[in-house]
Design a protein around this ligand. Structure first.
Ligand code: ATP
Length: 234
């Protein structure tokens, strides 16, 4: 579904992604892990078209998309739920979800909204509240719910567990696992390597802008380097 080949990207003259290649097959959950500053966010921004690339290719569903503007990539089914939530604060939860579906013309929108409410019951309870009054975790759920309302083929999740309490992290991970069960394809960017790899089919480790390891979630969880560098275990 997604095939990234030898991607390079720079801020000014400083290259931060060096020949990054990875792929995500339909219905997989793939984790991209790496420490602060490894280039995870830059990679996601390059995929969604807000960060220029200097060379390499991005293919999505058999089509080369790296020269398409962001909105065209979204229209083709690639949606990002950004880090830091970025929900529309003054709007209600229900309106935020409706906005996620603005490109759709089909009739399943209400069903999909109900599905989001089933996944995150607190969003139903707060459906008529302004999004800015929600807790950080609830805003994160809303951001994911809003992205889902666009019925993406591929969901790009940027650090969904960032800043959340362990209970909320568990809830978000359960939601991701249930999306996987529904057949949604996900590229999950996480610093929380343990949590991400537990629910992922495969994973990549990004270090200083390079993919240094790849494998199944289980392989990476038992890899001595990953355990030492990202899980704090030896
Ligand atoms: P984090 O988890 O902290 O977001 P990350 O893995 O997502 O880390 P990036 O944010 O992609 O990493 O940053 C990769 C590198 O690019 C870092 O060295 C960072 O300092 C640099 N960088 C990020 N944004 C900019 C920018 N706007 N201008 C210049 N350099 C930047």
């Amino acid at each position: 579904m997604l095939d990234v080949s030898k991607l390079r990207s720079a801020y000014g003259r400083i290259e931060v992604l060096h020949d990054v290649s990875l792929n995500v097959r339909a219905t997989e959950v793939v984790a991209l892990i790496g420490s602060n500053g490894a280039g995870k966010t830059t990679l996601l921004r390059a995929l969604s078209g807000v960060q220029p690339i200097t060379s390499g290719e991005i293919n999505f569903c058999g089509e080369r998309i790296d020269r398409l503007p962001s909105h065209r990539r979204v229209a083709r089914g690639m949606t990002q739920s950004p880090e830091g939530r970025q929900v529309f604060g003054p709007l209600t939860v229900a309106d935020n979800l409706r906005l996620g579906a603005y490109m759709r013309r089909d009739k399943d929108i209400d069903n999909d909204r109900d599905h989001v409410f089933t996944m995150f019951p607190v969003l139903y309870e707060k459906r008529n509240h302004a999004a800015e009054g929600l807790s950080g975790g609830q805003q994160q759920m809303l951001a994911i719910g809003r992205a889902l309302m666009g019925k993406p083929k591929l969901l790009l999740l940027d650090e969904p567990s960032l800043g959340l309490s362990p209970t909320l992290v568990d809830q978000i991970l359960e939601a991701i696992a249930s999306l996987k069960a529904d057949g949604v394809t996900i590229l999950l960017i996480e610093q929380n390597a343990n949590a991400a790899l537990e629910i992922s089919d495969r994973g990549y480790v990004l270090e200083s802008g390079r993919i240094v390891l790849e494998g199944s979630g289980r392989e990476l969880l038992s890899d001595p380097k990953v355990r030492a560098a990202y899980l704090g275990l030896d």
